[in-house]
Design a protein around this ligand. Structure first.
Ligand SMILES: [Zn+2]
Length: 125
């Protein structure tokens, strides 16, 4: 596990180069091709992350495209620029799933149904 606050998660050399060229925080950041929770937890992470890992990061910097994203195994930085590549920052937050109460038909946290029964006002389910 790396000690830096900044990590790049990518398998694409052009994407890594683009991120470093457009966000100086990632200039010296280590690159991992496949992230673990320990790689991204409480860090600023650039690249593509599944949402369950993105939720662990402080911030996720994604490569996005104004046009159609380049296809193929190895696109170039020029291909990315032609497709209107830019960086966008996100914070991803896990939220508790909801379920519809069978009695009052309101959306309530699943944990209510599983643990206590529905606690919506006026519902005794
Ligand atoms: Zn209810």
């Amino acid at each position: 596990m790396c000690q830096t606050k900044y990590v790049i998660v990518s398998r694409h050399p052009a994407a890594i180069q683009f991120i470093r060229a457009n966000d100086a925080r990632f200039l010296g950041a280590p690159v991992v091709s496949s992230a673990t929770p320990d790689d991204v937890r409480d860090r600023w992470v650039a690249g593509n992350l599944p949402l369950h890992l993105a939720a662990l990061a402080r911030e996720v910097v994604a490569v996005e495209f104004a046009g159609q994203a380049p296809r193929g195994a190895e696109y170039s930085v020029a291909d990315m620029a032609a497709a209107g590549a830019y960086l966008e920052s996100y914070q991803v937050k896990h939220v508790e799933p909801v379920a519809v109460c069978a009695s009052c038909k309101r959306e309530v946290p699943v944990s209510w149904i599983d643990n206590y029964g529905c606690m919506a006002a006026g519902c005794n389910y």
